[in-house]
Write a protein that binds this ligand. Structure first.
Ligand code: BES
Ligand code: MN
Ligand code: ZN
Length: 502
């Protein structure tokens, strides 16, 4: 479903499905009152008579207009307490609005906004619209039958009336670019692993980002082999579909002394069977989402480029398929990573850290970033700890954590700080080689020891954060009829972090 969202200058005679907004504990505002007058005050009296409707943020009340009216249906959207409204709350209300009216059978919906105390009307309108867009995402690539003949029309357009339409539109456009980045990340996670594999994924990244003036370089298996990226190559060895490393550069900042370079690294395991240390069969299909970290990275770069952000960012994603075969790497193998450090493989299912190791090394040796954030669906242990709600984030400086925490509060993508500890780094030292991919002590604190492994590949005093998005990259529905979906997690918080701090 693609809903076209516009900000027309006026609409003198709204018809069809009209949405009015109201603040908690207040009467209808001026704009809503004007509409309600033509409805003989039906909206105001419905609000009064409904015992549940309080105007809380995102609460809705729907009614049908009198037959004589050009308006058919009215939905009243609560925005909560007027002095508590902020950008995030407006966005959440916009999302809930879509949930309530997106399938109401009207092709067009018009949203009439009011003056607001705490948040400029023009911004409120933009954020309501963006929340609506975020929620309207669908994925129907694999449905051969697009629509039922006798189903109600699909929503095609949302018109938003605001005090300064041009300003709303400009604000919305930049928000929508971020949403489009998140959409792409969702699409990538949702794509079946027979379609999304390292080579096809790399090509898609190039096709999507080149037109936005992002410099894209694809390293294929021959180049990776030659440069000595033995860790990512080991992971991909068991698959017909050989690894790729994709480097994306967005140089939006004017060259000045002191301009920082930001490095984003993503795990892109397009399917994780576990390899020779094979995973149990039940739920293995879920491992198509094991490229969620890379999806967040490419989605963020798309958003930054679309917004022409004045920042310099390098993204590196490591793409590989972890398969068992006579060619596959095995427990017991000792491989040499790009850094020169040898890795003792004790479990081929702990593959993500190998992929990241080579990407982190390439990032540091070639691009010397001031700060690096990596994202990966790295451990089941992260899900045990924080489920689908929070993304555990390991940061090696308090200042980087403070920046990320702020971006998390701004966007509602929840991060929770996790500890890095010298002991966990030591846990990952090997007796026969340099490092091992499995903690000596076993599975306790698995997300922390995984971070300890990655720390072996962080050089000097570069600022670094590792986000384990195993739980947040996707929604697992407990209803068997509802599919598991990619969330696009990471795009919004990273875009906010980068544009607010660099
Ligand atoms: N991709 C998985 C982690 C994962 C599990 C992500 C569930 C999302 C949902 C990762 O490659 C993995 O298999 N990790 C192992 C590591 C272990 C062998 C040390 C795990 O968490 O079990
Ligand atoms: Mn694995
Ligand atoms: Zn994995």
């Amino acid at each position: 479903m693609t809903v076209r969202i516009t900000f027309p200058k006026t609409d003198t005679a709204p018809k069809g499905h009209v949405v009015l907004t109201v603040f908690e504990g207040e009467e209808l505002g001026t704009a809503a009152k004007k509409i309600d007058k033509g409805l003989d005050g039906l909206a105001a009296s419905s609000i009064k008579r409904d015992k549940n409707f309080k105007g809380k943020a995102g609460q809705t009340l729907s009614l049908y207009a009198p037959e004589k009216s050009k308006i058919d249906r009215v939905t009243v959207l609560g925005l909560g307490k007027a002095d508590a409204l902020d950008e995030l709350k407006a966005e959440e209300a916009g999302g809930k609005l879509f949930a309530a009216v997106g399938k109401s059978g009207f092709k067009d919906i018009i949203l009439i906004t009011e003056k607001s105390k705490a948040l400029k009307n023009e911004l409120m309108a933009a954020h309501l619209a963006n929340g609506f867009k975020l929620r309207s995402y669908t994925f129907d690539r694999y449905k051969s039958k697009k629509k039922d003949k006798d189903s109600a029309p699909e929503l095609a357009a949302l018109k938003v009336l605001s005090s300064h339409p041009a300003n709303s539109k400009a604000a919305y456009n930049s928000l929508a670019n971020v949403t489009e980045g998140a959409y792409w990340a969702r699409d990538l996670v949702n794509t079946a692993p027979n379609d999304l594999y390292p080579e096809s994924y790399a090509k898609q990244i190039k096709d999507e980002l080149k037109p936005l003036n992002v410099d894209v370089e694809i390293l294929d298996e021959k180049k990776l082999e030659k440069m000595g990226a033995g860790a990512i190559m080991a992971v991909g060895k068991g698959s017909e579909r050989q690894p790729r490393m994709v480097i994306m550069r967005w140089n939006g900042a004017t060259k000045k002394k002191g301009t920082k370079t930001i490095g984003l690294v993503g795990k892109g395991v397009t399917f994780d069977t576990g390899g020779i240390s094979i995973k149990p069969g039940a739920g293995m299909d879920e491992m198509k989402m094991d490229m969620g970290g890379s999806a967040a990275v490419v989605g963020t770069i798309k958003a930054l480029a679309a917004n022409k952000a004045k920042v310099n960012v390098v993204g590196i994603v490591g793409l590989a398929e972890n398969m068992p075969s006579s060619n596959a790497y095995r427990p017991g193998d000792i491989v040499t990573s790009l850094s020169g450090k040898t890795i003792e493989v004790l479990n081929t299912d702990a593959e993500g850290r190998l992929v990241l190791a080579d990407c982190l090394t390439h990032m540091q040796s070639k691009y010397k970033p001031d700060v690096i954030v990596d994202l990966a669906t790295l451990t089941g242990a992260m899900m045990v700890a924080l489920a689908h709600e929070y993304c555990g984030t390991f940061a090696n400086t308090d200042s980087l954590w403070a920046e990320l925490e702020k971006a998390s509060a701004d966007t509602g993508e929840k991060l929770w700080r996790m500890p890095l500890d010298e002991e966990w780094k030591k846990e990952m030292e090997s007796t026969v080689g340099d490092v091992r991919n499995l903690a000596k002590s076993g599975r306790y604190g698995g997300a922390c020891t995984a971070a300890g492994f990655l720390e072996h590949f962080i050089e000097g005093d570069v600022q670094w954060a590792h986000m384990d998005i195993a739980g947040t990259a996707w929604i697992k529905s407990d209803r068997p009829t509802v599919p598991k979906y990619g969330t696009g997690f990471g795009v919004r918080v990273l875009h906010d972090w980068i544009t607010q701090n660099y």
